[in-house]
Each structure stands twice: as C-alpha cells, then as structure tokens.
Design a protein around this ligand. Structure first.
Ligand SMILES: Cc1cc2nc3c(=O)[nH]c(=O)nc-3n(C[C@H](O)[C@H](O)[C@H](O)COP(=O)(O)OP(=O)(O)OC[C@H]3O[C@@H](n4cnc5c(N)ncnc54)[C@H](O)[C@@H]3O)c2cc1C
Ligand code: FES
Ligand code: FES
Length: 473
C-alpha cells in the first residue's frame, strides 16, 4: 500500500504503482487546481511540491505530477496549490495578482507552486530561473517576470536555513506544515521488488510508456540505488540515483568538477532536473543525452550490479552499443558512476537546439582536455546527435593526444572528426547541418577554453574557409 501525505491529508492507497500522481490528485482526490496540459513534462501546469526527509530534514522541491509514478510519492509530502491556500492570498499568489501575471488562470497554479518551491529552497538563484518549466499561453511573460522579482524580494527577507519555519511564522505557509516532518518520519514506506519495471525519476519512461506502466509491477530504483556522492581513493563515487539538480549542486561535485556548474540551465527545467536521474539519462541511451555527453568527457566508468549483488565495471564509452541498445544485462542496474578526482582538466560543453532552454539538442558536445606546456596531454571529446549513440570521439581524441595546441593541429583533426560520425537527417536538422555544427562546436571549445592561446579570427577563419565540407554543398 502506497502511503503519503497530500496537503494535510494522510493517504493510504492501493492504486496502481505506475499510474500518474496527477491522475490521483485530480481524479481520486478531486483536487482540480492542478492542471493537465501536455502530460509530457513540458508545460508545468501540473507542478506540485514534493517534500521529503533529506538526512532527517524536511526539504521541498518542485516536480511535475504528470510524469511522477504514484509509487514515487510513497513516504513523501505532496502539495498541490490547494495545500498552499491561506485565509487570504499567499504572498506568492499576491505577487501574481498584483502584477497582473494571470489571465485565463490555467497555468497559474503551476507558476504559484514553482515560485513557492523557490521560496522554500536554499538556492540563491533568481526566482525567474525556477520558472523555466512553466508555460503560459495568454498572459505574456513580462508580468510573470515582475511577479518573480517580487518573490526575489520576499526571499531576501528570509534568513538562510529553516525557510519552512520562517514562512509558517510569517503566515506565508499554512500552519499544518509545522507537523509534516514528524508525520513523514512516522510513515512506514514500502520496499518494491527488483522484478518489476525499473523506474527512477520517470521523466523518460513516463513519457514513453505512461499507459502501459499503469498495468505493470514497478521496481522503484530509489529502493536499490543510492543518490549520495562520496570520495574514495582518488575517485568520486556517484550514487546513480542522484537527480540532475542534486548532482550539479553537490558539494564534492562542485569542488572536484567546478567546470560543470555553468551548464546546468541548458538541461531541461527545474522540475525535470529535480526528478530525472543520472542513471535514467545513461540507460535511456538517447544519442543526445546531455548528461551522458558530459560524463563521457570525464572518462567516467559505471558500476553495474546484478540481482546476486555481483558487480562489474565498464567504461561509459563502452556502455552504448547501438541505437538505444546498451551493454546492461536484463538483471543489472547501474549502481554507481565513477570519475577520477585527479583530473586537472579544462572542461566545456556546447549544445545547439531550436530553443536555448528546455529543448533537446540537435548536436551537443563536451571537451575534457589537459594541456601542459602547449602540449595536449589528455583529451576526451564527446559528441551527441551525430551517431546512433552518445559517442566518445575516440579516434579524434587519440589523434589530438600528444599534439601541440595550435591552429595546424585543429585544422588537421577535422577530417578525422568527419570520418568518425554518421549523423542522420531528422527534425532537428539535416545530416550535413549536424556535421558542420559539430565542426563549429569543436572549434568553439578551444575558443572558450584557451582565449589566450588562440586569436578569435584564426578560429573563425577555419570555421568559414575549411574546404572539407565543400563537396556537400
Ligand atoms: C520536458 C523534458 C525535458 C527534458 N530535457 C532534457 C535535456 O535537456 N537533456 C537531456 O539529456 N534529457 C532531457 N530530458 C530527458 C530526461 O529527463 C533525462 O534523460 C533524465 O535524466 C532521465 O532520468 P529518469 O530518472 O527520469 O529516468 P526514468 O524515466 O526513470 O528511466 C529511464 C530508463 O532508465 C532506466 N533506469 C533508471 N534508473 C536505472 C538504474 N539505476 N539502473 C538501470 N536502469 C535504470 C529505466 O528502467 C528506464 O529504462 C527531458 C525530459 C523531459 C520530460
Ligand atoms: S501536464 Fe504539462 S508538465 Fe505535466
Ligand atoms: S494565464 Fe492563461 S495560460 Fe497562463
């Protein structure tokens, strides 16, 4: 039996583990302020708060309920906009109303919940950044941005730490929130069995198979896979169940891979990053998976474990076999991702998509590179959208290793890069466009990472005059 708290009500339900939290909230509980927009995680109309005990401390984040399998609500506090209502408007609702940030109102509950999650979080970012996953069809975003600025002002009043207590005291959150930590600690959570369909955040699986999952037995990955990061013998050991946001914001990751943080906004939206895990991104094996492309450039390894708890290690580059096919055996899971800590590497990530944010890439690429005395000592160049799998460009990387960091080196590797890829034409661009794009992004890595070594005009010159692609025009 799944047990959780929905707003102020304790829920015990036998509903299907793989059915969506959104349907439970609306159809079973008749709480209809949470809206159904896209059912694909794109619009944010179904956003709810998910509260859980992290190291014993109650912590809230925004999630999309349409992609949350009901089993993932077990042991959590789920808050729909009804659960935020006070006698009058809450300060966030007020900010929306005063700035005329609502018109038909369809999207408004999602915006209110996302902004409330921002107030509850310890992040210093601007409130508007928490709204990347919320779409409004009719108001116009300027007034919503003004409401977000008002939320920034509200957040400045809160002291660091114990945001929940302070918000209850100020009358910004209903009083029942004060009892949630104790109530959650008392819930006896279920433990799923490995025999079911394995699901982590659900942000890939619930998009692809929502209807069939409802009738399946579910194995909740969180029951078998850690989401913690540890440092052991020169290696960062990342629990493969960590969410994208928790990974990027983890202290050890920020210390050892500080280069990553700039690129977080290029991945999905706040809600999806709060749900989607590293393991899910890797196993989905999408040729344009951003996390896979980044981890390839850190020469990552995977620890795979079978039902008998036997483990084996595999380089991430060898995990991807062919389109959506991986080396994972039917009874295996990804337990950890390993990255060396002694990699004093320069790192850059580039992604081109039709929209800058909340879009999947036409082509994405990472470069991890170590240079000593103008000589390339180590290099891991990865590329997505140009082959059937997220690809470590082994031949190109091998070609570059040991060479001088110079314009002739960059020119001479271009034919190797071209020979190593086989992009297909699809809605994200023609094959020729993707080949050219990878060339430009490869060069862009060097412009960004070595501004003192390369003149912009020299790189631009290669970008515009290299004849390698001429025959295809
Ligand atoms: C709106 C939206 C925007 C998105 N934007 C991006 C984006 O910008 N960039 C990007 O790369 N992706 C994006 N995604 C895709 C998705 O969010 C990521 O791939 C995410 O990391 C998937 O993780 P998950 O935990 O949700 O996977 P799930 O859906 O839970 O699982 C995916 C697969 O992994 C398997 N699996 C999960 N955990 C394990 C494990 N420990 N061991 C073995 N198998 C496992 C599952 O069985 C399933 O086959 C987006 C998705 C949505 C809905
Ligand atoms: S309904 Fe659009 S994100 Fe859930
Ligand atoms: S107010 Fe109508 S969709 Fe946003």
């Amino acid at each position: 039996m799944i047990k959780f708290i929905l707003n102020n009500q304790t829920i015990k339900t036998e509903k299907e583990e793989g059915s969506s939290l959104l349907d439970f909230i609306r159809t079973e509980m008749h709480l209809t302020a949470t809206k159904i927009g896209c059912r694909e995680g794109d619009c944010g109309a179904c956003t709810v708060l998910e509260g859980s005990l992290v190291n014993g401390i109650l912590t809230y984040k925004s999630i999309v309920s349409c992609l949350t399998p009901l089993v993932n609500a077990d042991g959590k506090h789920i808050v729909s906009v009804e659960g935020l209502n006070l006698d009058g408007l809450s300060p966030v609702q007020n900010a929306m109303a005063e700035n005329s940030a609502t018109q038909c109102g369809f999207c408004t509950p999602g915006f209110v919940v996302a902004l409330t999650a921002h107030l509850l979080s310890s992040q210093n970012s601007a409130a508007v950044d928490s709204l990347g996953g919320n779409i409004c069809r009719c108001t116009g975003y300027k007034s919503i941005e003004k409401a977000a600025v008002k939320v920034d002002e509200l957040k400045q009043v809160l002291l660091f730490g114990s945001e929940i207590e302070q918000m209850i005291k100020k009358g910004w959150l209903p009083y029942y929130f004060s009892g949630i930590e104790k109530r959650l600690a008392e819930i006896e959570t279920i433990k799923t069995n490995m025999d079911g369909i394995l699901i982590s955040g659900g942000t890939d699986l619930m998009v692809q198979q929502a209807d069939s999952l409802r009738h399946e037995k579910i194995a909740r990955a969180g029951d078998f896979v850690s989401d913690k990061v540890a440092e052991e013998d020169g290696t960062i050991k990342i629990g493969a169940g960590i969410t994208v946001n928790d990974f990027f914001r983890n202290g050890l990751i920020m210390e050892h891979l500080p280069q990553l943080s700039d690129f977080l906004p290029l991945i999905a939206s706040e809600q999806i990053r709060n749900m989607g895990t590293l393991a899910g991104n890797i196993v989905n094996a999408s040729p344009i998976g951003d996390i896979s492309i980044m981890l390839l450039a850190f020469d990552s390894r995977l620890v795979l474990e079978n039902k008998d708890s036997e483990q084996r290690q595999l380089a991430l580059k060898d995990f991807f076999v062919s389109y959506k096919e991986t080396s994972l055996k039917p009874d295996e899971i990804i337990k950890y991702i390993l990255v060396n800590t002694d990699m004093d590497m320069n790192f850059n990530f580039e992604k081109v998509s039709k929209r800058t944010y909340l879009d999947i890439a036409s082509v994405n690429t990472s470069l991890g590179i170590t240079v000593d005395n103008k000589l390339i000592k180590e290099v891991y160049f990865s590329a997505g959208g140009v082959a059937a799998v997220p690809k470590l460009m082994s031949q190109s990387s091998g070609f570059l290793k040991g060479k001088e960091l110079s314009i002739p080196t960059l020119e001479s590797v271009l034919p190797v890069i071209k020979s190593e890829i086989l992009p297909i034409s699809d809605i994200r661009g023609s094959s020729r466009y993707k080949s050219l794009l990878l060339r430009q992004l490869f060069l862009q890595h060097f412009l960004k990472l070595f501004p003192d070594e390369f003149e912009q005009k020299d790189i631009l010159n290669i970008m515009t005059t290299n004849s390698l692609y001429d025959e295809e025009y």
